[in-house]
Write a protein that binds this ligand. Structure first.
Ligand SMILES: Cc1cc2nc3c(=O)[nH]c(=O)nc-3n(C[C@H](O)[C@H](O)[C@H](O)COP(=O)(O)OP(=O)(O)OC[C@H]3O[C@@H](n4cnc5c(N)ncnc54)[C@H](O)[C@@H]3O)c2cc1C
Length: 403
């Protein structure tokens, strides 16, 4: 049911009051300075805790499992207010992916054991899907899970695992059998990161930061009760997980956050940008407005009467357009920083600030190169988009022109 204008105002005011009170300057700074997929982990933990205490940590979850019971509009208002205020970007694989999946498909024991610690932030989860030679072609994964009584024994490795060095739990896909098709014989498993035989090796990002890892498994024993869904039927479980992750994606708020940072950069740089650059800056503003419209129309089209093809086409369309626009924003940011994009440290008050902002613009540009790779590359999403449109995503076909 739609809210009355009075109730809308009450809600917006409540969100603002909370942010004013709890989102302290150091948390806003951590949010602003984020260059990767999540903010500095201490800021993430603190912000997670404050949202948890308030009861606002999992707006997209059903109320009976700890959600807020908000409408989609309220969730959007909340997300946009957080982004506008530079709230830290949470390390949220638990909240966005595995939590909703367990609510849908977990056993009662799994729900009881795992969900409270996801909400409180005591458990952090990483996603072990990709492997060497199994990224876009995920079904080619071959990490072996051998049956041994009540356990599986895992050997092999996972690659590009974001936050494996921070997480205490992992959800992963393993091969429990060989099927006729590669999607058969895959199982979905939960495990503890401190299990003997499991090692985490850091991989440096383009920015030089440490965000993802290679995780090696050497005779790692995992109880079979940690299966989600049936043995050998993990592919369908993984598809459900992707659906949940897509549903909780906050596409436009990330872009507005990035554009606000660009405006701030423009103000901090005490140089006169070239007219061509300013034209790019204004063109981005127009593209951002157009994206807001696209997102609204796309979500509207995808929320039609159970049209799965529309829903999947919408997810691919928005992923491609949003990440490519986000990259353009960081590219203009680096150009605006000019020579300061290339220096790390300069003495003198004004110049030191400009060097700091310039260095940050460069780090954001480099960090964003990954956005068109993770969660499915742009090429893969373009392929998917066309295939879903052919299957019946007709409402979206006009919106996808030019991609
Ligand atoms: C920052 C970052 C964080 C990540 N975090 C995680 C994580 O936490 N957990 C996890 O499991 N994975 C994670 N990944 C891995 C990510 O999912 C994969 O990188 C991605 O799926 C691409 O796989 P790949 O790297 O093996 O590239 P490939 O699949 O080898 O692709 C190489 C190139 O070929 C293109 N290509 C491949 N197949 C096709 C095709 N059929 N048609 C057209 N073009 C094609 C791709 O678009 C790409 O340009 C992360 C990646 C990054 C960059």
């Amino acid at each position: 049911m739609a809210m009355s204008p009075e109730d809308e105002k009450v809600f917006r005011d409540e969100v603002q009051a909370f942010l004013t009170q709890e989102l302290t300057a150091d948390l806003r700074k951590a949010g602003y300075e984020t260059t990767g997929t999540y903010s500095a982990i201490e800021a993430c933990r603190l912000w997670h805790h404050r949202l948890y205490i308030k009861g606002w940590i999992a707006p997209a979850w059903p109320k009976e499992h700890g959600g807020t019971g908000w409408t989609p509009w309220q969730r959007m208002v909340f997300e946009q207010a957080c982004a506008k205020a530079n709230a830290p970007i949470l390390f949220a694989g638990g909240l966005r992916s595995i939590g909703p999946l367990l609510i849908e498909k977990g056993t009662p024991e799994q729900k009881e054991w795992y969900l409270p610690a996801i909400l409180s932030g005591d458990d952090l989860w990483c996603q072990g899907f990709s492997e060497p030679n199994a990224g876009s072609d995920l079904a080619a994964l071959h990490i072996a899970a051998r049956s041994d009584g009540d356990d599986f024994i895992l050997n092999g490795s996972k690659l590009w695992t974001t936050g494996a060095h921070l997480a205490n739990r992992m959800f992963c896909l393993v091969r429990t059998a060989k099927g006729e098709r590669p999607q058969q014989g895959i199982s979905f498993l939960l495990l503890d990161m401190d299990t003997p035989g499991l090692t985490v090796e850091p991989i440096a990002m383009l920015t030089g930061e440490h965000e993802f890892n290679q995780v090696r498994f050497d005779e790692v024993r995992v109880p079979k009760k940690n299966l989600v869904g049936n043995e050998n039927e993990g592919w369908a479980v993984a598809k459900s997980l992707m659906r949940h992750a897509r549903a909780s994606n906050t596409t436009s708020s990330h872009l507005h956050r990035a554009f606000a940072a660009l405006k701030r950069l423009c103000a901090e740089m005490q140089m006169q940008p070239e007219p061509g650059l300013m034209a790019s800056f204004h063109a981005l503003q127009i593209e951002l407005d157009a994206f807001d419209g696209l997102e609204l129309r796309t979500r509207h089209a995808a929320s039609g009467p159970h049209n799965e093809a529309e829903e999947k086409a919408a997810a691919s369309l928005l992923k491609v357009v949003a990440t490519e626009l986000h990259q353009k924003i960081t590219q203009v940011g680096m150009a605006l920083a000019g020579p300061y994009a290339m220096v790390e440290h300069v003495e003198g008050s004004n110049q030191a600030l400009m060097a700091k902002e310039g260095g940050l613009a460069t780090a954001k540009y480099l960090g964003l190169r990954a956005a068109t790779i993770y969660s499915g590359t742009s090429e893969i999403h373009r392929n998917l988009l066309m295939s879903h449109l052919e299957k019946g995503g007709s409402l979206l076909s006009s919106l996808s022109k030019g991609l």
